[in-house]
Write a protein that binds this ligand. Structure first.
Ligand code: MG
Length: 156
């Protein structure tokens, strides 16, 4: 089964930028109830989507104080548990992150390692790609960051 997830967060000064579980030095960070990690949030929706288990908002509502400032590791770990509870395992994860700045190249390997650890995958089944939006749209104006994630899940 294929799962697909998308997430976006607005960027603002004096906020922390966490992407794929990596805290990245940046003048701008995400505005969010949790840590605003768009890669992990899109990953959660991809994992849930593969098995039609709803979306991140249903499992971790913004209104719940337990998730205020939460590390998104918790959300991914829960989604992985749900996949396993359905008798399935994850085959691979492919992420595309879109932001104008800073450059993501130095952090991609750590993001892959974080995702591999949380999903119980070897590194060669976890892809993290990053691109700018060529200064176009809200991402190009550094008003936001977004991510798409696709995963495959199979019966264990
Ligand atoms: Mg989000």
């Amino acid at each position: 089964m294929i799962g697909f997830g998308f997430d976006v967060h607005a960027l603002a000064p004096s906020q922390t930028l966490v992407l794929g579980g990596v805290t990245i030095p940046s003048e701008l960070g995400t505005i969010a109830h949790s840590d605003g990690d768009v890669v992990f949030h899109a990953l959660v929706d991809a994992l849930l989507g593969a098995l039609a288990l709803g979306d991140i908002g249903e499992h971790f509502p913004d209104s719940d104080v337990r998730w205020k400032g939460a590390s998104s590791d918790v959300f991914v770990a829960h989604a992985v548990d749900l996949v396993r509870a359905e008798g399935c395992s994850i085959v691979n994860v492919d992420c595309t992150l879109v932001l104008q700045a800073p450059k993501i190249l130095p952090y991609k390997q750590q993001m892959r390692e974080n995702i591999a650890r949380l999903c119980g995958l070897p590194l060669n089944r976890v892809s993290v790609k990053a691109t700018t939006s060529e200064h176009l749209g809200y991402v190009g104006r550094s008003e936001g960051v977004h991510a798409w994630v696709v995963c495959e899940v199979q019966p264990a």
